[in-house]
Design a protein around this ligand. Sequence first.
Ligand code: ATP
Ligand code: MG
Length: 265
Amino acid sequence: MIVAGCDIGSLTAKAVLMEHGKVLADAVMRAKTRPSESADEVMQMAMQKAGLNMDDVGCVVGTGYGREQVSFVDSVESEISCHAKGAWHVRPSVRMVIDIGGQDAKATRIDKNGNVVRYLYNDKCASGTGRFLEVMAEALEIPLEKMGDVGARSTEKLTISNQCVIFAETEVISLVNEGKETSDIIHALHQALAKRVASLAKSIEVAEEVVMTGGVAKNSGVFQAISETLGIQLKPLDGMDPQLIGAMGAALYAQEKAAAAQEAV
Ligand SMILES: Nc1ncnc2c1ncn2[C@@H]1O[C@H](COP(=O)(O)OP(=O)(O)OP(=O)(O)O)[C@@H](O)[C@H]1O
Ligand SMILES: [Mg+2]
């Protein structure tokens, strides 16, 4: 049976179509103001890629902060559970997931079966999130996708001391005006974000095998900075886009739900 997961996050909407544990198609788009519209559009995008329509999909599970507004889901699951399930499916040896999305950062410990043991998240402010990096990329007039590569060229150690995104942006502009290199400023921003996220992970005890999910995991500078701050090398999610892990986890829940329904018949 074909199943789907739909993850309506604060900044992006994601959909994954799966059959027998394999991804058939996926889609990511910038979230619209109304979560229901994002959900409809991102599902259409994924189904179009796979040459399917809604009648072909046996079960859909929704997740993400907008999950309650999605009209076509059969049930909903928390983002914490979906990122855990998705990451564990890709890498069964993983015992901790760090998800950095647009609006918050979450650290989750999981057991050998992919179930959530403990979790902690920071949604108090934007300082340890993707939005923080987006604001800084705009201030530095650099594409977000290039931050990892540019930061890697850093030669001078700088420190960003303000946690608040507004004050940190002012600090960044001051550093630019002092003539500091963009690469050094970006490196310092990655370090600042890593410090915040690592302290979250340390609060629930860092596991031996840790992966990073969410859109920020695509930033190689943050990936490396978190590895260094935690004193372990984060593991890659071989071949899978980290931003899609939550939607994939939701699709895996849909698969379990569909299998249970079939057994009950
Ligand atoms: N190619 C990329 N390179 C670097 N960073 C990226 C890239 N694509 C996305 N991002 C980062 O990912 C963030 C969005 O992540 P994600 O899609 O996981 O958020 P979300 O699920 O909508 O948010 P949340 O889970 O907090 O509600 C962006 O703010 C941006 O910082
Ligand atoms: Mg998310």
